[in-house]
Design a protein around this ligand. Structure first.
Ligand code: ZN
Length: 233
């Protein structure tokens, strides 16, 4: 099981880890700051030793770093890793922005998020909304931007699964239930939103900058799709 340094120190950019196994161009370390693809969120890139990491993925409990080229790394070797911080910080901003929007959709229109794709260039959110009312959705984004400029701390902590699931607002994703762990990791935008989530977030709403609505699509029936970006900061 890879120790998730990215949960412990989401703002650290450099770490050392020991090679646990090697699979062709993929390396597993005992611990890592690299966030693996998961839950609709894109992954970290960066450098291990002097070799580029082009993708980070999860394989059960293990986190695998895919290298740009075969390496001469050896089992037991200690490597220094550096996360591509520009990419990572954009993903954190995009992700917190997604939680903020989903909280507004849920509390204002009782609408559920059915899918999401948090990425560097733009992010996507699918949701269930009866009426396709462009101006209503634009208002949610405006309200989100007001909340960002008012700022609020974003905290992460662990709760007992049983306790957490008693809270009705806890799992907003209609189709993705949290994994069956005893403890659930909670991401809370103070006073606004609380969700079970394994992702990385900014520590303060203000860091998001501004949410820009890029495109709205009507996917028929009650399915809507929104594309957004984060700008400024
Ligand atoms: Zn999330």
């Amino acid at each position: 099981m890879t120790r998730k340094l990215y949960w412990e120190q989401p703002y650290s950019k450099e770490f050392t880890g020991k090679v646990v196994s090697l699979y062709g161009d993929r390396v597993e370390l005992d611990q890592t700051l690299f966030y693996p693809r998961g839950g609709g969120v894109s992954f970290d890139k960066g450098v291990l030793g002097s070799v580029k990491v082009v993708e980070t993925t999860k394989d059960g409990d293990r986190i695998l770093h895919t290298l740009e080229a075969q390496s001469t790394f050896q089992n037991g070797q200690t490597l220094t890793g550096r996360v591509d911080w520009d990419r990572r910080h954009r993903l954190m901003r995009m992700h917190t922005a997604g939680h903020l929007l989903s909280a507004l959709f849920y509390s204002r229109a009782n609408c559920r998020i059915t899918g999401n794709q948090i990425d560097v260039d733009r992010s996507r959110m699918d949701f269930d909304l009866e009426a396709f009312d462009r101006s209503q959705i634009e208002k949610f984004v405006e309200e989100g931007n007001r909340l960002i400029s008012n700022d609020a701390p974003v905290k992460t902590y662990f709760l007992d699964r049983k306790e957490a699931l008693k809270l009705p607002e806890m799992v907003k994703l209609a189709e993705a239930a949290p994994p069956a762990d005893d403890k659930l990791r909670i991401v809370e935008i103070t006073g606004i939103d609380r969700q079970a989530d394994g992702g990385l977030h900014v520590a303060h709403l203000k860091e998001i900058g501004k949410i820009q609505l890029l495109k709205l699509e009507n996917k028929g029936k009650t399915n809507r799709r929104l594309y957004y970006d984060v700008v400024g900061e």
